[in-house]
Design a protein around this ligand. Structure first.
Ligand code: NCD
Ligand code: ZN
Length: 345
């Protein structure tokens, strides 16, 4: 097959940032996706309904006029989140979901949740109104090895939450291990997961290939090869519990090429092409549309998009650097050539 046409897809996990970085990166997502779940880890974070309404306006104001793109807003849960404001924001369709960052787990998570039991009243309200919980699933206990933090989180933190809130919808975001795949498969339909392109294409060896490579550093960190293979099987299985979420996370180049570099991989410029490469290699082109354009919308109870995007089997050279608005970012797969290319319709 040399051409793949799918219903316009959605990205269920995106960092669009704010200010000049928002202006620089927004169109990379808007040109490929009809909707995207927008992460709330700004500084300061998007906590209240009013915060989300104003952030949404800034995103909409930055869109090219010819784009049909809908940002789906999320709330950043803190120890002090007001359950009534959160539920009201969801019922007014300002919020699509709420995000649990364990405090200090990742970029801009310092104001996250210090102990999940502190937000039990919030989770009860979310369960009541049907608001999905999006989870950054890593423990922050420094005594736990960084490569084990996801598996330990699932067992110590998420399993009790799922047990205590039997109606709560949960998305395990950017899963990275065979343990997470098994965890998601072992729970009912209300538990799902997103998978990134980089966790499908690279193992942790990529971070150390001939020297230290900061552009492969993200959280949760890349894992062993056996985990990558388990993720590829899950993503391409056709199971509706698994769907597309890039976790595109741009950082200015000097903040990544640094003695203490930021975590995050900027994959928005080549997101669909990278995923399609994986489905092609796995002989699963017929399952790509489900993963990219159907499973996530069905999980969230949203309509499928109209229109299509087309990808063709043609080389796509990826630039070393993308620069505008005074911001320079190194894209995922910089300097390589991908075998598929999205063609603008
Ligand atoms: C994200 C970021 O930069 O905001 N970084 C990352 O490595 N994925 C935060 C996150 O999703 O963990
Ligand atoms: Zn993220």
């Amino acid at each position: 097959m040399t051409t793949v046409v799918i219903r316009r897809p959605d990205d269920w996990h995106v960092h669009l940032r704010d200010g000049p970085m928002l202006a620089h990166v927004l169109d990379f997502t808007a040109r490929q996706f009809a909707r995207a779940i927008v992460m709330p880890n700004l500084d300061p974070p998007v906590v209240t309904t009013a915060d989300a309404e104003s952030y949404r306006q800034r995103i909409l104001a930055g869109l090219r006029p010819d784009r049909r793109f809908t940002p789906l807003m999320t709330a950043y849960l803190t120890d002090g989140t007001d359950p009534r404001d959160l539920a009201a924001g969801f019922e007014r369709r300002v919020f699509t979901a709420a995000k649990l960052y364990p405090a200090h787990a990742t970029t801009n998570s310092a104001k996250g949740v210090s102990d999940v039991r502190r937000i039990y009243p919030v989770l009860a309200e979310m369960e009541r109104v049907g608001m999905p919980l999006l989870v950054h699933g890593e423990v922050t206990d420094p005594s736990v090895d960084i490569f084990d933090r996801e598996a330990v989180f699932l067992e110590r933190v998420l399993a009790p939450v799922i047990r205590d809130f039997p109606g709560l919808k949960v998305v395990c975001e950017h899963i990275t291990t065979e343990d997470a795949v098994a965890f998601v498969l072992g729970h009912g339909d209300r538990v799902a997961a997103t998978i990134t392109p980089h966790h499908l294409q690279f193992s942790r060896n990529a971070i150390f290939q001939g020297g230290i490579r900061p552009h492969f550093y993200c959280l949760p960190i890349l894992k062993r090869e056996k985990h990558r293979l388990a993720l590829r099987r899950a993503a391409t299985s056709g199971n509706p519990k698994f769907f597309l979420g890039t976790d595109t996370a741009p950082h200015a180049v000097h903040t990544k090429e640094n003695a203490c570099g930021c975590a995050g991989i900027f994959n928005a410029p080549v997101a669909l092409e990278a995923y399609l490469t994986v489905f092609d290699e796995e002989g699963a082109l017929d399952r790509f549309a489900g993963f990219a354009s159907e499973h996530g919308a069905r999980f969230h109870g949203l309509p499928l998009n109209d229109g299509t995007v087309t990808l063709v089997r043609e080389p796509l050279p990826v630039p070393d650097r993308l620069e505008s608005q005074g911001v320079a970012v190194v894209p995922y797969q910089a300097g390589t050539t991908l075998p598929w290319r999205m063609v603008t319709s």
